[in-house]
Ligand binder design. Structure first.
Ligand SMILES: [Zn+2]
Length: 230
C-alpha cells in the first residue's frame, strides 16, 4: 500500500449541515474527494449548489456527481414521492418518519466505496447521526459496523473503512464542532421541502435551528417567514 493512498478519503457530501462538518473534518485530515448523489429528492438542485460551494470553500477539487434512478423509481418516501407530503416536525418517537428513504445510505455507501477503491482511498466519511435525529435505521452505529464487514469482504484489498465521526454527537455538538473547524454553514442546505428559503418547519429544519439556538449562534441560512412559530 502506498502511504499516499491511505491519506486519501472520499466524503459523502449532501450539502447539509452534518455532511458539511464531516467534509470539513475529512478535508482537514486527508486529501479529500467529495461525492454528491441526486436521487430525485425534492431539493436535489439546491443541494447540488450547496455541494459545489462547500467543495470550493474547503478546497476539495476532486468531485463526483452521481444520479441514482432507483430510489425515486421505488418511492415510498416523502423526499422522493410527490404524493407523500413532507410533514412538519413532530417529537421523535418509535415510528420511523415518512422522510425515511428506504435503505438509502446503503446505495450511497456503495457508490462511495466503489469510488474509494478506484482512487485508492482508505476512508469513506459519512455524516450519519444517531442521537436527536429522525430515527432512521441506516444511521445506527450497528449498521456501520456491519457495513464495514461487507466492505472488508467485498473489496479488492479489504482495507477501506467507513468513518462516522458524528454518529454519537448531538446536533448541538455538531454545530459547536463545525464552528471550531470553520465549516461553511452559510453554504449548507438542510431543508427537506423547499429550495428558495428553508421552510423552518420540517424535521431537518427544526433540528438544525434548535441546535444553533442552543449554541447561542445564529443560523446563517435564510428561512421562510415563520411568524409566531419560532
Ligand atoms: Zn425545512
Amino acid at each position: 500500500m502506498r502511504v499516499k493512498d491511505a491519506q486519501r478519503a472520499v466524503v459523502l457530501l449532501s450539502g447539509g449541515m452534518d455532511s458539511c462538518v464531516c467534509a470539513a473534518l475529512a478535508a482537514r485530515d486527508y486529501e479529500a474527494a467529495a461525492v454528491h448523489i441526486s436521487y430525485g429528492q425534492r431539493t436535489e438542485g439546491r443541494e447540488r449548489r450547496a455541494f459545489f460551494a462547500i467543495c470550493d470553500r474547503l478546497g476539495i477539487e476532486n468531485r463526483l456527481l452521481v444520479r441514482n434512478e432507483a430510489l425515486a423509481a421505488i418511492g415510498g418516501s416523502a423526499l422522493t414521492d410527490a404524493d407523500i407530503a413532507v410533514p412538519e416536525s413532530h417529537p421523535i418517537g418509535d415510528d420511523i418518519p415518512v422522510t425515511y428513504v428506504p435503505f438509502r445510505n446503503a446505495h450511497f455507501l456503495a457508490v462511495a466505496v466503489s469510488w474509494a477503491e478506484v482512487l485508492g482511498a482508505g476512508k469513506v466519511f459519512i455524516g450519519a447521526v444517531e442521537p436527536d435525529s429522525s430515527g432512521y435505521p441506516d444511521c445506527r452505529p450497528a449498521y456501520y459496523e456491519a457495513y464495514n464487514q461487507v466492505v472488508k469482504t467485498g473489496t479488492k484489498e479489504g482495507r477501506i473503512e467507513i468513518a462516522t465521526p458524528l454518529i454519537h454527537l448531538r446536533k448541538v455538538e455538531i454545530v459547536r464542532l463545525g464552528l471550531e473547524l470553520g465549516a461553511p454553514f452559510d453554504l449548507t442546505w438542510s431543508c427537506y421541502s423547499r429550495e428558495d428559503s428553508a421552510c423552518g418547519l420540517c424535521d431537518s429544519c427544526v433540528l438544525r435551528r434548535r441546535a444553533f439556538r442552543e449554541v447561542g449562534s445564529s443560523d446563517p441560512i435564510p428561512y421562510a417567514a415563520l411568524a409566531g412559530r419560532v
